[in-house]
Design a protein around this ligand. Sequence first.
Ligand SMILES: Cc1cc2nc3c(=O)[nH]c(=O)nc-3n(C[C@H](O)[C@H](O)[C@H](O)COP(=O)(O)O)c2cc1C
Length: 177
Amino acid sequence: MKNILAFGASSSLNSINKQFAKYSSDQIPSSKTNLLDLNDFEMPIFSIDKQKESGIPDEAKNFKNYIYNSDAIIISFAEHNGSYTSAFKNVLDWVSRIERIVWCGKPMLLLSASDGERGAKLVLETAFNRIKRENTETLFKFSLKNFHSTFDLEKGILDAQLNKMYRSVLADFINVI
Ligand SMILES: Cc1cc2nc3c(=O)[nH]c(=O)nc-3n(C[C@H](O)[C@H](O)[C@H](O)COP(=O)(O)O)c2cc1C
């Protein structure tokens, strides 16, 4: 049984990215999902001075433990102003102070979803290019545009061509877990 760590890189209560991350994790056979909510990892806005003053918050250490204890990671990124959401960036900054290699080289499926035509591709590329520096072999990505018309919680991706691309990326990811 593989342990999949999954989360939407967003703090929205009804995050479409959380839904997409969970759906994707549910597609992986013989696996158990740990679905995180970034609201459980709310910390002061990172600064080097706050770290010197009070150290690294427990929430960041807990988050890192989830990474250590996983066999693979799925993140679906929301895009805010062309980049990471503040909620994700703050977790990333704090966790990166524990150890330089944030994601421990685990196999990763990076997703993004938005309601627009571009499918939050900018943030997906940013994340992919950054994580590629620590993982060149087991890193995969897929972006889903027009979420509310292309996705159904039970049926999955409704557009046949998009679904074919998604299934192919998912199969590559499953192969390396
Ligand atoms: C402050 C803010 C900035 C946003 N900027 C972008 C953006 O740059 N690109 C984009 O595709 N969508 C943008 N959106 C729309 C989000 O993609 C949309 O809210 C989406 O539902 C976020 O994902 P989530 O539901 O997982 O939080 C923005 C939304 C907010 C609230």
